[in-house]
Each structure stands twice: as structure tokens, then as C-alpha cells.
Write a protein that binds this ligand. Structure first.
Ligand SMILES: [Zn+2]
Length: 449
């Protein structure tokens, strides 16, 4: 219908629609276009004091509903329904641990004061109290954990996988996760275990590699500890390892460890203050930020240092403790092979800070070395390998023909003991058979030339 509208001094003829529905009256755009409203007045907020006392009265009347505490339900009786053939059971009270007795009594008093329980003189039914200490902190932790990204998800072959691995001085841990399209990660599986005795001796970087070795096919991504809480934590709270070390050692390891034993490198490494500190740093995978000058040369190589058989190594070079350095230099120098070759031999076996300077010093003062340095011909063979006993290394070759026969000549490098066999044939089969009869006699040979 068409109506005449007056607002303050304004007047307009406008359409008014009456519709058969409940709801507030609406002022349409056509009305707003014709009538000018005081928007400033409409949008202003004013604070007013509540004149009405009805709310306060309500709160006062039912104050027990709003008071702190648990409250009780009045005038309503609950009932417990049991099977008609159920027999009453009266269980004796359990002994409450002494440390909890006061707490339990306090709690019972409180329940009685609150009107939740009341004492009875007799009952056919009874069950003992089992006090369970609620720890608010652990409850909150669990709540947070359930909401966090650490909760397992199901494996989905369509989603990319991520393997996170980490190591601590005594364990390794890893987490296999899915990466979801929005970039979030959810774990599929966790695993962790303790390191066995041999693994504990690994340098820290090797332990990290061991943790990764559990993976399958993966791209390696480095993450700092902070971004990496899950695997890092697992590596510190691992399960026991199933595989314990094998008693058999690799014969090659045995050979090198014996060589180390001969020089007492392991023992002296532990005795020397600087090197024992480095050994500790490498094993734990942690070097101090500020280190004194004595540690600097090692600190500069910290990512390449390793631990092998209780000795610190840099690459394949054993780091020689201070007290043994002169002995090793003397040994390196014994063939008078000159600065260049001596350095080359050292590079294959040993290192310590300023080893090159030490080599230069000894060679510059040596007439024999100077002569070798200038000579173009091959240097004498360096007798590096220590032979701990007879029959450790043999030198074998054929001699002949002599008196229409070939001879297999075997000389023990340690004792120079010769063994000579007349050979009807020099085929490998014949040679192996002959050597076999020889080896049955004195035992194992470690090295053949
Ligand atoms: Zn020399």
C-alpha cells in the first residue's frame, strides 16, 4: 500500500508492504533514499547504569547456584539398579599407603562437609578406596599432546613421507611422518633404541648417521634441535636395543686396533688433557663455543673428527697424543725418505697440530733426507708396518727354472725364516695347495705380499 510518512520535518509518500510472517519491521532502501536519518545519533554508544534490581534480586535469591564449590541436588533420590539375583559383596578396605593417609582423610572429610558422602554404620555392599593421584600438569600435557601434531596418523601411499632421525650419547630415535598438502606434519611411526657398546663409542656424527640408516629411500634435510623435538626426545628416552654387539671382530679392525695397542695411542689419548677433552667432545657431538688456543686446531676440524677404537681420528689419520709424537716422527724418519714422502706417509696414518712443521724440521737437519730430496730415483721402501710376531707377513715368489724345476720361496718377514718347495706345476691351484699345507703348520697369516 502507498502511505504518507512523516519524520521530524520530512514527509514522503512511500510503499509499505505487509507480509504474513513474524519478524521485525524493516526499513527498506527506497525509504532510506527518501528519508534522512540522523546516523550519528543512531550509532552513538552510551553507558548507562542498570536501574533494574531484578538481576541483583535473582542472583541474591539463588546465590547457592552461583557460589563456588560442587553443590548438591536436593529432594531427588537416585537409585542403582542391580540384577535381581545379584548378591551383595563387602570388600575389605585396602591399606592406604602411609604417605597418602592424611590426604585421603582430608579428601573424605571434604566430601562429607560438602554433603556428597555421609557416614553409615552398616552396609552389605562395600568396595575399597583406591587413591589415584591426579597430576594437573600431566593431565594438561596429555591434553596438549592429543591436540598437537605428535599424534599418529594412518599411512597414506599418496602422501610424501619424511624421516626424522636424531642421536644422543646413548640412544637413537626416529620419526616417520607424512607431510600434508598444507605443510603440516603428522607422525606415522616412532622408534627408538639404546646404542650398544660399540655404537656408544661412535663419534656423534656417526651416531646421527646410524639413526638415519633406519630409513629407506629419502632426501636428507637438516633441522636444528628446536624444530626437531620429537626425534631428539626419543633418542634420549629410548627402548633397550635388541641387537647386542657381536663378539667376533672384523680381522681388519683387529689388525688396526693391535697396531694402536702397540703404540698405546688409546691409553695416551685418555691421559692427555687436550686430546681426552677432544675425545669427549667428538663422542658427545658437542664442542664448546669458546675454546682455548690448544683446542683450536681440533675445533677447526670438528666436523671431520671421529672416534675409532678409543682414538681420535681425522679422516683416516689417527691423532697422536703429545707424548708419542717424537716416537712417531722418529719412525716416519727412519727410512730417510725426505720431506715430501715423509709427509705423504704421515697423511696416510697420523696427524697432530703442526705435524708438517715437525717433519720439515727433522728432515732439514738430516743429510740423508736432503740427498733423497735431490735424487730423482725411487726412495727406499719405508718399513712402516710393525710386525708383532713371527708368521704375520710372508713374502712369496717363484724362483727358477733351476735344475729343470720351479721353486716356491716363502720368507717370513719377521724372522726371515725361509720355506722352499719344489713345484711340479706353477698353476694357481698347485700354489694354493702348497700354501695350504704350509699354513696348516704355524697358524694364521695376516698379510701377504
Ligand atoms: Zn733423514
Amino acid at each position: 500500500m502507498r502511505v504518507n510518512v512523516n519524520l521530524n520535518s520530512q514527509a514522503a509518500n512511500l510503499d509499505l508492504f505487509v507480509v504474513p510472517h513474524d519478524g521485525p519491521a524493516l526499513l527498506g532502501r527506497d525509504w532510506l533514499g527518501k528519508l534522512r536519518l540522523n546516523w550519528q545519533e543512531i550509532k552513538t554508544l552510551r553507558s548507562t547504569t542498570c536501574e533494574s534490581t531484578s538481576l541483583n534480586d535473582l542472583l541474591e535469591t539463588h546465590k547457592e547456584l552461583f557460589s563456588p564449590g560442587i553443590g548438591t541436588l536436593k529432594h531427588i533420590k537416585g537409585s542403582v539398579t542391580v540384577n535381581s539375583d545379584a548378591k551383595p559383596v563387602f570388600l575389605k578396605a585396602r591399606t592406604v599407603p602411609y604417605s597418602l593417609r592424611t590426604k585421603v582423610e582430608q579428601e573424605l572429610d571434604k566430601l562429607q562437609t560438602d554433603g556428597i558422602i555421609e557416614p553409615v554404620a552398616h552396609s552389605n555392599w562395600a568396595t575399597p578406596i583406591v587413591p589415584a593421584i591426579k597430576r594437573e600438569k600431566s593431565f594438561q600435557d596429555i591434553k596438549e599432546l592429543i591436540c598437537s601434531d605428535k599424534v599418529l596418523c594412518h599411512y597414506d601411499p599418496k602422501l610424501p613421507l619424511k624421516l626424522a632421525a636424531d642421536a644422543s650419547p646413548y640412544g637413537i630415535g626416529s620419526v616417520l611422518s607424512h607431510v600434508f598438502p598444507d605443510g603440516t606434519e603428522r607422525p606415522i611411526a616412532f622408534s627408538s633404541r639404546t646404542l650398544n657398546q660399540a655404537e656408544k663409542a661412535y663419534s656423534h656424527i656417526d651416531k646421527e648417521a646410524l639413526a638415519l640408516y633406519w630409513g629407506y629411500q629419502y632426501d636428507i634435510e637438516f633441522r636444528g634441535t628446536k624444530a626437531h623435538g620429537n626425534a631428539d626426545t626419543l633418542s634420549r628416552v629410548q627402548l633397550p636395543s635388541i641387537r647386542e654387539p657381536l663378539d667376533d671382530e672384523d680381522p681388519i679392525d683387529l689388525f688396526y686396533s693391535r697396531k694402536f695397542d702397540d703404540l698405546q695411542i688409546r691409553r695416551e689419548t685418555q691421559r692427555e688433557p687436550v686430546l681426552s677433552q677432544i675425545l669427549d667432545c667428538v663422542t658427545r657431538g658437542h664442542f664448546p663455543q669458546d675454546c682455548d688456543d690448544k683446542l683450536k686446531p681440533y675445533y677447526n676440524r670438528k666436523d671431520e673428527l671421529n672416534v675409532y677404537q678409543g682414538c681420535v681420528t681425522w679422516g683416516n689419520r689417527v691423532i697422536i697424543p703429545d707424548i708419542l709424537r717424537e716416537k712417531v716422527i722418529t719412525e716416519l724418519h727412519s727410512g730417510h725418505i725426505g720431506i715430501v714422502k715423509m709427509k705423504a706417509v704421515a697423511r696416510s696414518y697420523v696427524w697432530w697440530p703442526k705435524i708438517d712443521e715437525a717433519i720439515e724440521e727433522i728432515c732439514k737437519a738430516c743429510y740423508g733426507c736432503k740427498r733423497v730430496q735431490n735424487a730423482p730415483s725411487a726412495a727406499p721402501v719405508h718399513p712402516w708396518n710393525f710386525l708383532p710376531k713371527a708368521w704375520h707377513r710372508l713374502h712369496i715368489d717363484f724362483a727358477g727354472p733351476f735344475h729343470h724345476a720351479m721353486f716356491l720361496i716363502i720368507v717370513d718377514a719377521y724372522s726371515k725364516w725361509p720355506e722352499v718347495f719344489e713345484m711340479k706345476s706353477t698353476t694357481s691351484t698347485a700354489t694354493i695347495n702348497t700354501l695350504r699345507t704350509l699354513f696348516i703348520k704355524p697358524g694364521k697369516v695376516f698379510q701377504q705380499k
